[in-house]
Design a protein around this ligand. Sequence first.
Ligand SMILES: [Fe+2]
Length: 313
Amino acid sequence: MAHSQANSFSSLSLSPLFRASDSEAEAGVPQERRRRWLDRWQSSEFDDLSMNLTPRGRKPVRRRKARNIEVSEFRVPIAGLGRELAGLRIVHLTDIHHGLYFSAEAVLAAVELANSLEPDVVALTGDYVSYSRNFAHSVAELLGGLKAARGVYAVLGNHDFRVGADLITRALRRNHIEVLRNRHTVLRAGSAELHLAGVDDLWYNASLPRALRNIPRARPVVLLSHNPRIVAAASHYSVNLVLSGHTHGGQVRLPFLERRRDPTHRRFHTGWDGWGLTRIYISRGIGTIVLPVRLGCPPEMPVFTLGAKPAPL
Ligand SMILES: [Fe+2]
């Protein structure tokens, strides 16, 4: 799955654009290259392009709240998706952070809300726990109650790696959740196919080449990645849609601080964005980190209904 406009995935890992806020990664980045990327990032031309590439229906077609979690529904056309898979509903949960500040009852409420949305697929994009191994089994058991006609799929987040990637992977798999660790699966209906891929967290063991290996060119791909900064690499591989979390939408958003934010930090932070032909949705997620507080940034459970669209020639 080649894309002529981007470098290889391995070179992307050095991209200053996507590591602009990762101080440990900034060391060694040539200043001139960094400046060029930031110029492009901040240019109005680039912003206009990205806006044009977000789905027409980027405003949710329906909004409602349940148990304080905002459910946002989106229709997303996927190039190359056959009609038999049109209408596929993906319910997306991320950043649950089960622990002292996010109880089993709260996780159960999120599971019940997800089930009430009657998903075909549930996509879990990591950070099931925060700091303690003690919550790994309970969160996996609770998530085992998720019901989706075509399965529940998961990737791991940075907190899962810190706590124990193998432990959490085993716990999820014991509860019939398919963990996509740098690999993909194929959903089929008649002659239609959707490749559902997942990568490990970008700060740990992510490998898009492994996750997308053997997917024929121009086949529709939805990628689960905890960290949204995978998006340029995903575009290189012609991924149609990326579902991410990690940012918590900022978690605490004070209007006067938001106005002072550097524009570069508004990209790939919350909601819809895009890179090349790849669209990405970054959910605010369910739980919290550090403090059990959200201000101006409610928890979220997005729902994506995929639409059929002819593949580009
Ligand atoms: Fe998180």
